[in-house]
Write a protein that binds this ligand. Structure first.
Ligand code: B12
Ligand SMILES: *[C@@H]1O[C@H](CO)[C@@H](O)[C@H](O)[C@H]1NC(C)=O
Ligand SMILES: *[C@@H]1O[C@H](CO)[C@@H](O)[C@H](O)[C@H]1NC(C)=O
Ligand SMILES: *[C@@H]1O[C@H](CO)[C@@H](O)[C@H](O)[C@H]1NC(C)=O
Ligand SMILES: *[C@@H]1O[C@H](CO)[C@@H](O)[C@H](O)[C@H]1NC(C)=O
Ligand SMILES: *[C@@H]1O[C@H](CO)[C@@H](O)[C@H](O)[C@H]1NC(C)=O
Length: 417
């Protein structure tokens, strides 16, 4: 009996130490499993040889256990063959993690990333919270490949962050947490104790700020930062003062999925690991033995609502008070579009009716970004971009995903981050 309880204690202990989710039990209930399967099918169906290969999609597929082995191999082949030149540090880091999660050797991509991060941070433009997302991904990827070499880079990131992320951004805070949690657990034997203290301090502050973004309904930041924030809160060695109710977060996210909020493949790639109880820290431990995954039989999709023939009216304002004193403009147009159209259709209709509303888009992993309106273009150097708002509230989706309502007032405001 004594042996038995000791043994049991041992098991419990081991479970608490290793299982990232042991801390707060929270998994998808059986009755909602079809929602998760549905997302994964959507994600895997987004893979095609026409679209640029998306490393975040491969990471999510591998963490979840890919259903479509063909799509997984296609993605891994194309990411492996791709050139590192022209990739940002964040894209390079995601590519390295994606290849590793597919048990492919990332080759010289690791040294290229290491070289780029040795020269980081650039001295020129001052940094804001937004600009730390990519470098945090880089530290995470380097930590997984070679923690010893990553140490000086991680320490530089942590020292800058010790002054705080201002204004705080949940997605970036989550990525910082994943990166520094990896480093914290892999500080090489014999390193200065100072590193551990530095990483702990920054982790404590960032995680405290993430926990302040937990809403009453469990959403952390906004619906699209919640997946990464769940990963962060479930791995951090420095739990926040405010208790996190993982089950409540999970229940609300499942409701949002049911309402169709996760259709963009990138949004699925960022939520799926959390739905499967996985985090980016699990990337090096993915098992690549041929899977025995069975394609789930999905309940037939609800047929799309028949599009009513009726049109809606959307007021659309373009506002630049920032650039070129003599170029300043603030122009509003009422446009009529088919009910159910995405915002991009409103922009196209406005452009057709008045050349002042001409715009340019740039393709990214999340879809098209509006990079220029009326010849005023975003700039990484100046940290300017076109922010979209409904009334006074910033949109939390892009123009290809957001569906405006009748009589909604949409503004594109040229501003800084
Ligand atoms: C940094 C960032 C920005 C920066 C990007 C510039 C820069 N130099 O880094 C700025 C501030 C400009 C920005 C703008 C917007 N963003 Co943003 N952004 C991010 C963030 C925090 C990190 C992106 C990143 O660096 N990824 C790493 C690199 C390696 O991947 P990447 O694919 O190369 O990254 C590029 C794209 O992500 C792209 N991008 C960034 N945001 C958005 C948003 C949309 C809709 C699209 C299509 C592309 C895009 O810019 C990145 C750099 O080129 C993500 C958070 C997240 N969870 O992903 C949000 C995020 C992607 N953004 C989001 C949103 C909503 C926007 C805006 C629409 C906000 C608004 N109200 O205007 C605008 C875009 C408007 C437009 N003109 O079309 C949402 C998208 C959710 C969704 N379902 O679509 C996210 C997930 C934040 C969130 N939790 O809500 N963003
Ligand atoms: C992936 O990363 C882990 C941890 O660093 C490493 O042990 C493994 O060899 C890597 N796999 C490949 C194929 O590079
Ligand atoms: C936490 O958030 C506050 C308020 O936005 C900010 O001033 C502070 O720098 C943040 N701290 C960290 C470590 O991100
Ligand atoms: C721009 O126009 C909108 C809509 O007409 C108005 O509400 C807003 O106050 C104007 N802003 C500036 C800076 O002129
Ligand atoms: C309805 O919207 C479409 C664009 O979606 C537009 O081409 C058409 O002119 C609109 N009809 C009316 C009556 O405004
Ligand atoms: C629009 O951008 C300007 C310039 O950055 C800023 O001062 C203003 O507050 C912004 N307006 C809104 C509604 O966000």
């Amino acid at each position: 009996m004594a042996w038995f309880s000791l043994h049991l204690l041992h098991l419990l202990w081991a479970a608490a130490g290793t299982g990232t989710w042991a801390r707060s039990s929270c998994s998808v209930p059986q009755a909602a499993q079809h929602l998760v399967d549905g997302l994964q099918v959507l994600l895997e169906d987004s893979v095609s040889s026409a679209a640029p290969p998306n490393p975040s999609v491969l990471i999510a597929m591998n963490l979840a256990g890919a259903l479509n082995a063909e799509a997984r191999e296609l993605l891994a082949d194309r990411l492996g063959a791709g050139d590192s030149a022209g990739l940002s540090v964040g894209q390079l880091a995601l590519t390295i993690m994606a290849l590793n999660s597919s048990c492919r050797d990332p080759g010289n991509k690791v040294s290229v990333l290491y070289g780029q991060m040795e020269a980081w941070p650039p001295s020129s433009p001052s940094a804001t919270a937004w600009t730390f997302y990519g470098p945090s991904l880089a530290v995470l990827a380097l930590c997984q490949e070679h923690p010893g070499r990553a140490l000086p880079v991680a320490a530089r990131l942590a020292k800058i962050l010790a002054a705080g992320l201002s204004p705080f951004n949940t997605d970036t805070g989550a990525m910082v947490t994943l990166a520094l949690t990896c480093m914290h657990s892999k500080i090489p034997e014999g390193s200065e104790e100072g590193y551990r203290a530095l990483f702990s301090q920054v982790l404590r502050d960032v995680v405290e700020n993430i926990s302040m973004r937990i809403k009453d309904n469990g959403i952390i930041g906004d619906v699209y930062s919640t997946g990464l924030a769940m990963q962060a809160l479930s791995v951090t060695p420095e739990p926040p003062n405010k208790e996190w109710d993982c089950k409540k977060t999970m229940d609300t996210i499942l409701k949002e999925i049911e309402q169709g909020k996760f259709h963009n493949p990138m949004s699925i790639a960022q939520i799926l690991p959390s739905l499967k109880g996985k985090t980016y820290l699990d990337v090096p431990y993915v098992s690549c033995s041929p899977g025995h995954q069975v394609q789930p039989t999905l309940p037939s999709q609800p047929s799309p609502v028949p599009t009513s023939a009726s049109n809606i009216t959307v007021a659309y304002t373009i506002n630049n008070q920032l650039k070129g004193v003599e170029l300043v403009f603030n122009e509003t147009i009422d446009v009529s579009v088919k009910d159910g159209s995405v915002l991009l259709v409103v922009l196209e209709e406005a452009q057709r009716r008045n050349p002042m509303f001409k715009f340019v888009t740039t393709m990214t992993s999340w879809g098209p970004v509006v990079s220029s309106i009326n010849n005023i273009a975003e700039s990484v150097h100046d940290r300017t971009y076109w922010q979209f708002l409904s009334g006074k509230t910033p949109l939390n989706e892009g123009v290809a995903d957001y569906t405006p309502r009748d009589h909604e007032h949409i503004t594109a405001n040229f501003t800084q981050y």
